[in-house]
Design a protein around this ligand. Sequence first.
Ligand SMILES: Cc1ncc(COP(=O)(O)O)c(C=O)c1O
Length: 393
Amino acid sequence: MIYLDNNATTKLAPEVLEAMLPWMVDHYGNPSAGYRFGKEARRAIDTAREQAAALINAHSPEEIIFTSGGTESNHLALASALSWLPPDSTFVSSTIEHSVIHEWLGAQAEKERLSWEQVSVNEDGQLHLDEWSEQLSRSESRFATLMWANNETGVLLDVEKAAAIAESQGAYFHSDAVQAVGKVPVDVQSHPMQSAAISGHKLHGPKGIGALWVNRHSRLHPVLLGGGQENNRRSGTENVAGIIGLGKAAELAQAHIARREEQQGLRDRFESALLGEIEGVEVNGTTEPARRLPNTSNLYFPGVDGEGLLILLDQAGICCSPGSACSTGAVTPSRVLTQMGYSRARAKSSVRFSLSHLTTEDEVTEAITLIKEAVKKLQIVLPTGSRVVGPRR
Ligand SMILES: Cc1ncc(COP(=O)(O)O)c(C=O)c1O
């Protein structure tokens, strides 16, 4: 199997499993317990908090709140702000946020708990900063959220400028950094931000664990109440093994980030081979490779049904993701791609490939051959001999 779906989830690093195992078997004490057996677990959690904080250059480990994953981390930041911001507040997001944020904001707006404004992106997948600035200049715009990197295209959003604009207007700034953390440097001190979401399983850690970084000067109102864990910010007995796993994964990620140029080199080789060898293939998102995550390639294969390509690639042993989602029998083209201005046809003919440091040169070479073969089988040939090509816009 050639696994090219690392933006969906990653393989657990063996070192992470090794670090977790004792906390699932022998050291099962409750970290809130006052005896030694519990205190050991507390100390291990503290170390993991330091490791997670170091990865994103938090001011202090206390700024890390462990959660059940990226979904909860984002929801905690949003729900907290909703509970203390004035009731007439407008929440501002981009049109390409992950469904975790998009659907939460949509649901709250529908119930009239907040106003929601979405700022569009261009064909490269970059935020229209002038629109962002104009939207945030309105006094009711008090919360701004922008993802650090897009999960489908890998495009790195201009968080630096977006956060600076939010700060200049006195708005809270949150970033869903789930896809960026562990792949590229994420330094929360370098931007004026209030919170950021992290997920363990996107960086070779376990599933079901994540963290919300909250600036020590920012307010956080808890959503889960009860035992008062995580310094009263997220109740619930800690997922000790998961937390230890996230800490270890964060420590290991530093080395992968340092070698991200190698990762990008492999991705670029994969991408340019497909662009050069299959007629009409185009990149979705910026063509400047350095402005995307070093592991992601979202490609448009003209005349090819993306779902069909996925099935053939699955049969050939390649795991990757579609540019469309199949729900209740209908194929819905990706919101992200259509919001970037691509046609529905193009979105339905697009596939995301995402590598990791575990992807080898040989796997990439084999994947290129198998993808070329599968595309050849699927390209629709019109009676005239010309291929059906989906329009760019
Ligand atoms: C950008 C982004 N945000 C949030 C999430 C949700 O994270 P989790 O699966 O840990 O809940 C994902 C997962 O796909 C993601 O890609």
